[in-house]
Structure formats: structure tokens, C-alpha cells
Design a protein around this ligand. Structure first.
Ligand code: HEC
Length: 145
């Protein structure tokens, strides 16, 4: 192997290492994943009341389009701004407040609250299509479709 070949090999390795580092960095910033992190929470604690059938609080969380739909009381999610997003604010209300969510059962954990806050701050990315569909517990097919 001549020197220029070695140099090229070295450059390739360096580029690979840089890409790997960038990937790790991203992970440290922990972008929230809707499908594996946010959706299970909505399915376990919110969808039973916020679906097309009940529509409590004029809010349907079954998919992105419905969740972002204009309500008379204004949007529940303001991407980038959790403090202007009732979807986060109702979780942080003191227990016993009549607007605190969920109104029944135990409150959601602090980490889950922080997760929703981070998710909204990062732009509230909610996929369209099957991945973005929130279903009642037990009604998702094993394949996830
Ligand atoms: C047992 C039923 C029930 C469950 C479970 C539930 N909610 Fe609600 N939710 C309601 C009702 C009832 C209202 C209307 C309250 C009102 O307008 O005073 C409401 C209203 C809301 C609103 C609108 C508040 C506003 O200012 O307009 C948001 C946002 C909300 N819920 C989020 C959630 C989230 C997030 C979860 C899951 C962590 C959840 N809810 C779980 C019954 C429920």
C-alpha cells in the first residue's frame, strides 16, 4: 500500500469516526420518539376519555390531525412551547385541581411529565399514518399496524 492510499484510508476512518460521534451526540440530546415513548403513555392513560366516542374536553387524541384540530378553547399542543400547551400543563397541575389530568387513577410519573415537556419543546413530532394512530389498550395488532 502506498502513502496516498494509506492517507485515503485514514481519511475514511476519520470520517467514519466523526459520523459515529455525531450520532452519539444526538442520542445524548435524546430526541423523544413518539411511537416508543409518547404513544404508549397516551394509550395507557389518556385515550380512554379522549377518543371520538367520548371526546371529553373537546379533545380527541386518536391521531395527529385530530389532536391538532382547532377547538373552541384553542389548541392543546403548541409545538416548541410546552408552557403554551394544555396537553403538558394539565399534567403539571396540582392533584385535586379539577383540570388536572388524568382525572381518575394515579397521576402520571414525573419522568413521563418531563418526557411530554421535552417532546413538545422538540416540536411535538407526531407521525401521520399508522405509526401515529393512538389506540385503546389491547386493540393494537401484534404487528403494530
Ligand atoms: C377519565 C377520563 C379522562 C382521562 C383518562 C383523561 N382525561 Fe383529559 N379531560 C377529561 C375531561 C372530562 C376534560 C374536560 C375538563 C374541563 O374542561 O374542565 C378533559 C380535558 C383535557 C384537556 C383540555 C384542557 C383544556 O384546557 O381545554 C387536555 C389537554 C387533556 N384533558 C389532556 C389529557 C391527557 C394528556 C390525559 C392523559 C395523561 C388525559 N387528559 C386523560 C377526561 C379525561
Amino acid at each position: 500500500m502506498n502513502t496516498s492510499r494509506l492517507t485515503r484510508l485514514f481519511l475514511m476512518l476519520a470520517a467514519g469516526a466523526a459520523a459515529l460521534l455525531a450520532a452519539c451526540d444526538k442520542k445524548a440530546g435524546k430526541p423523544v420518539d413518539f411511537v416508543t415513548e409518547v404513544r404508549p403513555l397516551l394509550e395507557a392513560r389518556c385515550i380512554e376519555c379522549h377518543n371520538a366516542g367520548l371526546l371529553l374536553g373537546e379533545l380527541n387524541l386518536e391521531n395527529r390531525e385530530l389532536a391538532f384540530k382547532q377547538r373552541a378553547k384553542g389548541p392543546v399542543i403548541t409545538p416548541g412551547n410546552p408552557d403554551k400547551s394544555p396537553l403538558f400543563l394539565v399534567l403539571s397541575l396540582p392533584e385535586g385541581d379539577k383540570k388536572a389530568m388524568p382525572p381518575t387513577g394515579h397521576r402520571i410519573a414525573a419522568e413521563e411529565m418531563a418526557l411530554i415537556q421535552r417532546w413538545i419543546r422538540q416540536g411535538a413530532k407526531w407521525p401521520t399514518g399508522p405509526d401515529g394512530v393512538v389506540r385503546a389498550v389491547g386493540t393494537r395488532s401484534p404487528k403494530g399496524a
